[in-house]
Design a protein around this ligand. Structure first.
Ligand SMILES: Cc1cc2nc3c(=O)[nH]c(=O)nc-3n(C[C@H](O)[C@H](O)[C@H](O)COP(=O)(O)O)c2cc1C
Length: 264
Protein backbone atom coordinates (compact mmCIF):
# COMPACT_ATOMS: atom_id res chain seq x y z
CA UNK A 1 0.00 0.00 0.00
CA UNK A 2 1.46 3.37 -1.12
CA UNK A 3 1.48 6.00 1.66
CA UNK A 4 1.13 9.68 0.82
CA UNK A 5 1.27 12.62 3.19
CA UNK A 6 -0.12 15.98 2.07
CA UNK A 7 0.73 19.12 4.04
CA UNK A 8 -1.82 21.80 3.37
CA UNK A 9 -2.77 25.31 4.23
CA UNK A 10 -6.19 26.66 3.35
CA UNK A 11 -7.47 30.08 4.34
CA UNK A 12 -11.09 29.85 3.24
CA UNK A 13 -11.53 26.22 2.21
CA UNK A 14 -10.73 26.14 -1.49
CA UNK A 15 -7.41 24.33 -1.10
CA UNK A 16 -9.03 22.05 1.46
CA UNK A 17 -11.73 21.24 -1.12
CA UNK A 18 -9.14 20.31 -3.77
CA UNK A 19 -7.16 18.18 -1.33
CA UNK A 20 -10.23 16.35 0.00
CA UNK A 21 -11.16 15.45 -3.59
CA UNK A 22 -7.58 14.46 -4.39
CA UNK A 23 -7.39 12.24 -1.29
CA UNK A 24 -10.59 10.44 -2.32
CA UNK A 25 -9.22 10.01 -5.83
CA UNK A 26 -5.84 8.69 -4.62
CA UNK A 27 -7.58 6.26 -2.32
CA UNK A 28 -9.49 4.74 -5.24
CA UNK A 29 -6.13 3.23 -6.18
CA UNK A 30 -3.83 1.43 -3.78
CA UNK A 31 -2.86 4.49 -1.73
CA UNK A 32 -3.62 5.87 1.70
CA UNK A 33 -3.39 9.60 2.25
CA UNK A 34 -2.65 11.44 5.50
CA UNK A 35 -3.71 15.08 5.45
CA UNK A 36 -1.78 17.39 7.74
CA UNK A 37 -2.83 21.00 8.22
CA UNK A 38 0.30 23.11 8.39
CA UNK A 39 -1.15 25.32 11.10
CA UNK A 40 -1.73 22.36 13.47
CA UNK A 41 1.32 20.34 12.53
CA UNK A 42 4.30 19.85 14.85
CA UNK A 43 7.42 19.57 12.73
CA UNK A 44 9.22 17.53 15.42
CA UNK A 45 6.59 14.81 15.09
CA UNK A 46 6.88 14.45 11.32
CA UNK A 47 8.42 11.22 10.08
CA UNK A 48 8.85 11.68 6.35
CA UNK A 49 10.34 8.19 6.05
CA UNK A 50 6.89 6.76 6.88
CA UNK A 51 5.73 7.89 3.44
CA UNK A 52 6.36 7.02 -0.21
CA UNK A 53 5.32 10.43 -1.50
CA UNK A 54 4.81 13.90 -0.09
CA UNK A 55 2.45 16.63 -1.29
CA UNK A 56 2.21 20.31 -0.44
CA UNK A 57 -0.92 22.36 -1.07
CA UNK A 58 -1.56 26.08 -0.66
CA UNK A 59 -3.58 29.00 -2.04
CA UNK A 60 -1.73 31.43 -4.33
CA UNK A 61 -1.33 34.73 -2.50
CA UNK A 62 0.03 37.55 -4.64
CA UNK A 63 1.62 35.13 -7.11
CA UNK A 64 3.36 33.22 -4.29
CA UNK A 65 2.87 30.60 -1.66
CA UNK A 66 1.73 32.18 1.63
CA UNK A 67 4.49 33.08 4.09
CA UNK A 68 3.03 30.59 6.57
CA UNK A 69 3.73 27.76 4.13
CA UNK A 70 7.26 28.95 3.43
CA UNK A 71 8.02 29.21 7.15
CA UNK A 72 6.72 25.70 7.71
CA UNK A 73 8.75 24.23 4.87
CA UNK A 74 11.93 25.84 6.18
CA UNK A 75 11.49 23.82 9.39
CA UNK A 76 11.00 20.46 7.70
CA UNK A 77 13.67 17.76 7.95
CA UNK A 78 15.67 16.65 4.88
CA UNK A 79 13.60 15.06 2.13
CA UNK A 80 16.10 12.32 1.20
CA UNK A 81 14.86 12.29 -2.41
CA UNK A 82 11.28 11.59 -1.52
CA UNK A 83 9.01 12.05 -4.59
CA UNK A 84 7.07 15.26 -4.04
CA UNK A 85 4.16 17.04 -5.69
CA UNK A 86 2.77 20.53 -5.24
CA UNK A 87 -0.86 21.60 -5.59
CA UNK A 88 -1.79 25.27 -5.62
CA UNK A 89 -5.19 26.86 -5.90
CA UNK A 90 -5.69 30.28 -7.47
CA UNK A 91 -8.52 32.71 -8.00
CA UNK A 92 -8.24 32.43 -11.76
CA UNK A 93 -6.71 30.36 -14.52
CA UNK A 94 -3.82 32.62 -15.36
CA UNK A 95 -0.32 31.66 -16.48
CA UNK A 96 0.98 34.54 -14.36
CA UNK A 97 0.33 32.29 -11.34
CA UNK A 98 2.65 29.59 -12.67
CA UNK A 99 5.70 30.72 -10.72
CA UNK A 100 3.93 30.80 -7.34
CA UNK A 101 5.96 27.85 -6.07
CA UNK A 102 9.38 29.29 -7.03
CA UNK A 103 10.61 29.96 -3.51
CA UNK A 104 8.95 26.88 -2.10
CA UNK A 105 10.62 24.70 -4.75
CA UNK A 106 13.98 26.31 -4.09
CA UNK A 107 13.77 25.44 -0.40
CA UNK A 108 12.44 21.94 -1.02
CA UNK A 109 15.10 21.23 -3.66
CA UNK A 110 17.81 22.27 -1.21
CA UNK A 111 16.34 19.91 1.36
CA UNK A 112 16.43 17.04 -1.10
CA UNK A 113 12.74 16.70 -1.96
CA UNK A 114 12.38 15.43 -5.54
CA UNK A 115 9.59 17.55 -7.00
CA UNK A 116 8.08 15.80 -9.99
CA UNK A 117 4.62 17.29 -10.33
CA UNK A 118 2.85 20.63 -10.02
CA UNK A 119 -0.88 21.22 -10.29
CA UNK A 120 -2.59 24.61 -10.36
CA UNK A 121 -6.34 24.65 -9.83
CA UNK A 122 -8.53 27.62 -10.66
CA UNK A 123 -11.04 28.13 -7.86
CA UNK A 124 -13.42 30.99 -7.08
CA UNK A 125 -11.38 33.96 -5.88
CA UNK A 126 -11.74 34.87 -2.22
CA UNK A 127 -10.01 38.17 -2.76
CA UNK A 128 -11.05 41.38 -4.50
CA UNK A 129 -13.17 39.62 -7.15
CA UNK A 130 -16.66 38.45 -6.40
CA UNK A 131 -17.86 35.36 -8.29
CA UNK A 132 -21.53 34.58 -8.79
CA UNK A 133 -22.97 31.23 -7.75
CA UNK A 134 -23.19 29.79 -11.29
CA UNK A 135 -19.58 30.76 -12.00
CA UNK A 136 -18.54 29.11 -8.72
CA UNK A 137 -20.28 25.89 -9.74
CA UNK A 138 -18.71 26.00 -13.22
CA UNK A 139 -15.23 26.38 -11.73
CA UNK A 140 -15.84 23.52 -9.30
CA UNK A 141 -17.01 21.26 -12.14
CA UNK A 142 -13.85 22.03 -14.14
CA UNK A 143 -11.60 21.62 -11.12
CA UNK A 144 -13.06 18.20 -10.33
CA UNK A 145 -11.93 16.97 -13.74
CA UNK A 146 -8.51 18.63 -13.27
CA UNK A 147 -8.04 16.86 -9.92
CA UNK A 148 -8.80 13.45 -11.44
CA UNK A 149 -6.30 14.13 -14.22
CA UNK A 150 -3.61 15.30 -11.79
CA UNK A 151 -4.04 12.26 -9.52
CA UNK A 152 -3.96 9.94 -12.53
CA UNK A 153 -0.70 11.53 -13.72
CA UNK A 154 0.85 11.38 -10.25
CA UNK A 155 -0.13 7.73 -9.96
CA UNK A 156 1.64 7.13 -13.27
CA UNK A 157 4.74 9.04 -12.04
CA UNK A 158 4.41 11.59 -14.85
CA UNK A 159 6.85 14.49 -14.63
CA UNK A 160 5.02 17.80 -15.00
CA UNK A 161 6.31 21.18 -13.93
CA UNK A 162 4.49 24.39 -14.92
CA UNK A 163 6.38 26.49 -17.49
CA UNK A 164 7.24 29.89 -16.07
CA UNK A 165 7.37 33.01 -18.18
CA UNK A 166 9.66 35.92 -17.40
CA UNK A 167 6.55 37.88 -16.28
CA UNK A 168 5.39 35.19 -13.85
CA UNK A 169 8.87 34.91 -12.32
CA UNK A 170 8.99 38.67 -11.89
CA UNK A 171 5.53 38.80 -10.31
CA UNK A 172 6.39 35.95 -7.94
CA UNK A 173 9.50 37.81 -6.85
CA UNK A 174 7.87 41.18 -6.28
CA UNK A 175 4.64 39.63 -4.98
CA UNK A 176 6.52 38.65 -1.85
CA UNK A 177 6.14 42.25 -0.77
CA UNK A 178 2.64 41.15 0.17
CA UNK A 179 4.05 39.27 3.19
CA UNK A 180 5.00 42.56 4.72
CA UNK A 181 1.99 44.34 3.21
CA UNK A 182 -0.37 41.83 4.82
CA UNK A 183 0.83 42.81 8.29
CA UNK A 184 0.07 46.44 7.53
CA UNK A 185 -3.21 45.83 5.71
CA UNK A 186 -4.27 43.50 8.52
CA UNK A 187 -4.42 46.48 10.86
CA UNK A 188 -7.22 47.87 8.68
CA UNK A 189 -9.58 45.01 9.61
CA UNK A 190 -12.38 45.79 12.03
CA UNK A 191 -15.56 44.16 13.29
CA UNK A 192 -18.62 46.35 12.80
CA UNK A 193 -21.61 46.73 15.12
CA UNK A 194 -23.21 43.49 13.93
CA UNK A 195 -20.45 41.46 15.68
CA UNK A 196 -21.87 38.93 18.15
CA UNK A 197 -18.51 38.28 19.87
CA UNK A 198 -18.73 34.55 19.24
CA UNK A 199 -14.91 34.36 19.19
CA UNK A 200 -14.73 32.22 16.04
CA UNK A 201 -12.35 34.63 14.35
CA UNK A 202 -9.99 34.50 17.33
CA UNK A 203 -10.21 30.72 17.65
CA UNK A 204 -9.58 29.93 14.00
CA UNK A 205 -7.12 32.62 12.91
CA UNK A 206 -4.12 30.61 11.68
CA UNK A 207 -1.74 33.33 12.88
CA UNK A 208 -3.32 33.94 16.30
CA UNK A 209 -3.64 37.53 15.17
CA UNK A 210 -7.10 38.25 16.61
CA UNK A 211 -8.02 38.93 20.21
CA UNK A 212 -11.49 39.31 21.63
CA UNK A 213 -11.30 41.19 24.92
CA UNK A 214 -14.05 43.08 26.76
CA UNK A 215 -16.27 42.94 23.70
CA UNK A 216 -13.62 44.50 21.50
CA UNK A 217 -12.07 42.68 18.55
CA UNK A 218 -8.39 43.50 18.15
CA UNK A 219 -6.40 42.73 15.02
CA UNK A 220 -2.65 42.49 15.51
CA UNK A 221 0.32 42.78 13.20
CA UNK A 222 0.62 39.10 12.23
CA UNK A 223 -2.13 38.98 9.62
CA UNK A 224 -1.47 36.65 6.66
CA UNK A 225 -4.46 38.03 4.69
CA UNK A 226 -5.89 34.54 4.36
CA UNK A 227 -9.45 35.96 4.68
CA UNK A 228 -10.61 33.16 6.96
CA UNK A 229 -12.00 35.53 9.60
CA UNK A 230 -13.98 37.47 6.99
CA UNK A 231 -15.56 34.36 5.50
CA UNK A 232 -16.01 32.48 8.76
CA UNK A 233 -17.78 35.26 10.65
CA UNK A 234 -21.41 34.15 11.11
CA UNK A 235 -22.61 37.76 11.26
CA UNK A 236 -20.51 39.00 8.32
CA UNK A 237 -19.07 41.66 10.61
CA UNK A 238 -15.40 41.66 9.64
CA UNK A 239 -14.57 44.38 7.16
CA UNK A 240 -11.59 46.29 5.88
CA UNK A 241 -11.35 50.06 6.18
CA UNK A 242 -10.53 52.25 3.22
CA UNK A 243 -8.38 52.24 1.14
CA UNK A 244 -8.53 48.40 1.32
CA UNK A 245 -12.28 48.02 1.47
CA UNK A 246 -12.35 46.45 -2.02
CA UNK A 247 -10.25 43.45 -0.92
CA UNK A 248 -12.64 41.70 1.45
CA UNK A 249 -16.28 40.77 0.95
CA UNK A 250 -18.94 40.51 3.59
CA UNK A 251 -20.50 37.49 1.97
CA UNK A 252 -19.55 33.85 1.48
CA UNK A 253 -20.65 31.76 -1.48
CA UNK A 254 -23.37 29.53 -0.11
CA UNK A 255 -21.93 26.52 -1.85
CA UNK A 256 -22.35 23.43 0.34
CA UNK A 257 -19.17 21.84 -1.05
CA UNK A 258 -16.91 24.67 0.09
CA UNK A 259 -16.31 24.55 3.81
CA UNK A 260 -14.26 27.18 5.56
CA UNK A 261 -11.85 25.70 8.14
CA UNK A 262 -13.60 26.12 11.48
CA UNK A 263 -17.13 26.28 10.07
CA UNK A 264 -19.32 23.48 11.44
C1 LIG B 1 -4.17 37.86 -0.11
C2 LIG B 1 -4.61 37.06 -1.31
C3 LIG B 1 -3.89 37.13 -2.48
C4 LIG B 1 -4.30 36.40 -3.60
N1 LIG B 1 -3.53 36.46 -4.73
C5 LIG B 1 -3.90 35.75 -5.82
C6 LIG B 1 -3.08 35.76 -6.98
O1 LIG B 1 -1.99 36.34 -7.03
N2 LIG B 1 -3.52 35.07 -8.06
C7 LIG B 1 -4.72 34.38 -8.05
O2 LIG B 1 -5.10 33.80 -9.07
N3 LIG B 1 -5.49 34.33 -6.93
C8 LIG B 1 -5.10 34.99 -5.82
N4 LIG B 1 -5.87 34.92 -4.68
C9 LIG B 1 -7.06 34.05 -4.66
C10 LIG B 1 -6.77 32.71 -3.97
O3 LIG B 1 -5.57 32.14 -4.45
C11 LIG B 1 -7.88 31.69 -4.22
O4 LIG B 1 -9.12 32.18 -3.91
C12 LIG B 1 -7.57 30.42 -3.40
O5 LIG B 1 -8.21 29.33 -4.01
C13 LIG B 1 -7.99 30.52 -1.94
O6 LIG B 1 -7.73 29.30 -1.30
P1 LIG B 1 -8.06 28.99 0.23
O7 LIG B 1 -9.55 29.12 0.39
O8 LIG B 1 -7.60 27.60 0.41
O9 LIG B 1 -7.31 29.98 1.04
C14 LIG B 1 -5.47 35.62 -3.55
C15 LIG B 1 -6.19 35.54 -2.35
C16 LIG B 1 -5.77 36.25 -1.24
C17 LIG B 1 -6.57 36.14 0.02
Amino acid sequence: MRKICIFLFSGTGMTQYVINKAKAEFEKSTAVVDLKCIEHCLVEEIELSDYDEIGFAYPVHSFNAPKKVINFIKLLPQGNHIPTFIFATAGEQNTLNYASSNLLRKILNKKGFDIFYEGLFAMPSNFAMKYEENKVQELLDNVNADICRAVYQINKNCYFILKRSFGSNLLAFFGRAEWFGARCIGKFFYADKSCIFCGKCEKHCPNQNIQVTDNVIKFGRQCGLCMRCVYLCPAGSIKLRQPFKFIAFDRWYENPELKIPGKQ
